[in-house]
Design a protein around this ligand. Structure first.
Ligand code: GLU
Length: 429
């Protein structure tokens, strides 16, 4: 993970915005966050000692609405990373046309080292620190890497305790009985599946002839792999943070995932009910997985895994970015020159925030939707956003990432320009 991930994110926005002739006021507005809060969270550990954790929340830009974005619990979190992720959320929400700006949060912690009670105290401590910084009309957090529905539930409860009223719309990705939305857990993976299918239709890709490697079998990676396999795609490699497995014959994703949930190990297995048998597969590293000769590569873990160092070794024809920022800016051109097409993160993984938006709407109306309605509306939003991107791609002959960014920058730009630009004030236009 590069230290200057934020610098890289800004440079990409600036480059694409200049090429798309976005007004200077708009570019300036996106070059720094609106507000950042850094907090110390003291947590009473189970042995009676107190540990201190560093926490961040960033509201990046709210031209289109309250800021929105997840909270990450990971040892690699930094303020720079949170700002980069918040900038990407700003672009992402605008790509799908939902009425949000971008935000993000994080805590420097390895949650796997905490007991359940310590994790609850940390989660509640985070919300106590942020309770005046977030809110249903200002900034709405959600899950991200190593945070989940239960953590969102604790945070919502803490916020409601502080504010002495029910306020489910303060956070999304909650457990269903606490006001969560049906379909939110699968939404990032399902959204990626929808985007890949839209792409496959336009490029005449036959799922049955398409091999796939997935880096990261977390929530998003699991659901996209599961849905692709159901459609006929062959999932030939998967990995988790410890390493990966490869089999030319393909894996049954459900079996791998169930076995991993039960044993905490990613192994080549085929399961019928609770009985799993080992199947032939080869162990590979995460780096090797990225360089496999497959049709579709899905990085679904962390940022920066494809960079100047390994971009020239990528043999996949298409990369669908399910993680946030898995390709560094300086690898864009290398991949482009090699003819590797990239489905950009700001659209490919936008299913999560889109269903978060549906959750917020349901909370504010006090009217829960059926799973069918959530899935239908998700498909509508993402296929429309895909069509908007594709139109710019065809008209301007730019890569898909530039097309998606241009679509977002036009929307953010319009909101900022309607406040008045230098050209407007000086010309009286
Ligand atoms: N953390 C997810 C993302 O990066 C979801 C954010 C949200 O639902 O607000 O898109």
């Amino acid at each position: 993970m590069s230290d200057d991930v934020y610098q890289d994110a800004r440079a990409r926005v600036e480059r694409i915005a200049k090429e798309a002739e976005v007004a200077p006021e708009v570019i300036d507005a996106l070059m720094q966050p609106k507000a950042v809060l850094t907090a110390d969270i003291p947590v009473r550990m189970d042995d009676g000692s107190t540990e201190h954790f560093v926490a961040y929340r960033c509201r990046y830009n709210d031209a289109l609405g309250p800021t929105k974005g997840g909270i990450r619990f990971h040892p690699g979190v930094s303020l720079e990373e949170v700002k980069a992720l918040a900038l990407w959320m700003t672009i992402k929400c605008a790509v799908v046309g939902i009425p949000y700006g971008g935000g993000k949060g994080g805590v420097i912690v390895d949650p796997k080292q905490l007991s359940r009670l310590e994790l609850e105290r940390l989660s509640r401590g985070y919300m106590r620190a942020m309770a005046d910084f977030v809110g249903p009309d200002t900034d709405i957090p959600a899950p991200d890497v190593y945070t989940n529905a239960r953590i969102m539930g604790w945070m919502a409860d803490e916020y409601e305790t502080i504010h002495r009223r029910k306020s489910p719309a303060v956070i999304t990705g909650k457990p269903i009985p606490h006001g969560g939305s049906l379909g939110r857990d699968e939404a990032t993976g399902r959204g990626a599946f929808i985007v890949i299918q839209e792409y496959a239709q336009r490029r005449d890709i036959d799922p049955k002839e398409t091999t796939v490697a997935v880096q990261g079998l977390g929530n998003a990676g699991y659901h996209v792999a599961r849905l692709l396999q159901k459609e006929g795609y062959k999932i030939v490699a998967v990995s988790d943070s410890k390493g990966g497995i490869h089999s030319e014959d393909g894996f049954d994703v459900e079996s791998l995932y169930q076995h991993k949930q039960d044993t905490r190990k990613l192994e080549g297995v085929y399961c019928e009910g609770s009985v799993c048998e080992m199947i032939e597969s080869k162990s590979i590293s995460n780096e090797e997985l990225l360089e496999l000769d497959v049709d579709l590569l899905i990085p679904a873990a962390l940022e920066g895994v494809i960079n100047e160092g390994n971009a020239k070794n990528i043999r996949a024809k298409v990369i669908a970015e399910v993680a946030n920022g898995p390709i560094e800016g300086n690898a864009d051109q290398i991949l482009l020159d090699a003819g590797v097409e990239v489905l950009p993160d700001v659209l490919t993984n936008a299913g999560g925030v889109t269903v978060s938006y549906f959750e917020w709407v349901q909370n504010r109306q006090g009217y829960p939707w059926s799973l069918e309605k959530v899935r239908e509306r998700l498909e509508d939003e993402l296929s429309t956003a895909f069509a908007d991107m594709w139109k710019i791609y065809e008209e301007k002959n730019v890569p898909l990432r530039a097309a998606a960014y241009t679509s977002a920058l036009e929307r953010i730009g319009e909101a900022i320009e309607l406040q008045g630009t230098q050209a407007w004030f000086s010309d009286g236009k």
